[in-house]
Ligand binder design. Sequence first.
Ligand code: NAP
Length: 262
Amino acid sequence: MQVNNKTMLITGASSGLGRKLAAEAAASGYRLLLAARSEEKLKQLAAELNDRFQVDVFVYRADLSDSKEWRAALQRIVWENQRIDVLINNAGVGYFRHFADTEIEQMETTMRVNSLAAMEAAAAIIPGMLVHGAGHVIMIGSMAGKVATPKAAVYGASKHAIIGFSNGLRQELKPQGIKVTTVNLGPMDTNFFDTADPSGRYRQASANYMLQPEKVASRVIACIGKNKREINMPGWMGIGSKLYQLVPGLAEKLLGSQLSKK
Ligand code: NAP
């Protein structure tokens, strides 16, 4: 373990990628602030990481779909921590179903947790980074933010929003020494699918190329402090997304069956 005296806020740290990001960051000596709704899971993780890596870990329970609650938690986070060096907007949710079958509440939750809550966190944390002329904001996006697919129109919209936000923010903050990186992932082996697709069909269809969250976490933590615009995993999906941007009609024809696996 190397102590680096830096503080990192991770949202959605109670499960999946967020847990692995926390473990990887703790192994590098970060002081951690972990946010999510499952307070008990966060507390257990905090105790485990403190025990294994002797780093300070603080827990903030908040429902990110509730703007008022999340903004109050962010106020506390800023008040209680002198300096936050890294923000990882990782919390996310999806409901993979036809748009006609999607409830308004599910649309609202998806947009709030995946997009608006990340902007609210950025709004609270970036002013402190500006004071110090340094910092790194990392957004966990998705390949769905590059290529929208059937049964994920709303999820795709929320991830397109966060990639657009990051691209603008990166240009605004570059002169002030603050870095912004977007992480766009294909299917990853986490509990995400328990909510996104309880039928298990999509998980099964993408079993051959499921990302492992440990590997993703180690790539993400390794990019901190570097001028990295995007991490795209798996690489072949990143290339496919570029093809889609160049010739979307042709790409939808060629990749149609691949895009319709949900
Ligand atoms: P996960 O295991 O389901 O974890 C999601 C995390 O987000 C949990 O810690 C959850 O915490 C938190 N979260 C969800 N709703 C929340 C809310 N209303 N308030 C506060 N926290 C909330 O899924 P994951 O795969 O690790 O997801 C991490 C990120 O990767 C997400 O942004 C997701 O969109 C993205 N991603 C996932 C995949 C995939 O295939 N798994 C692919 C591409 C991108 P609580 O439930 O405790 O609140």
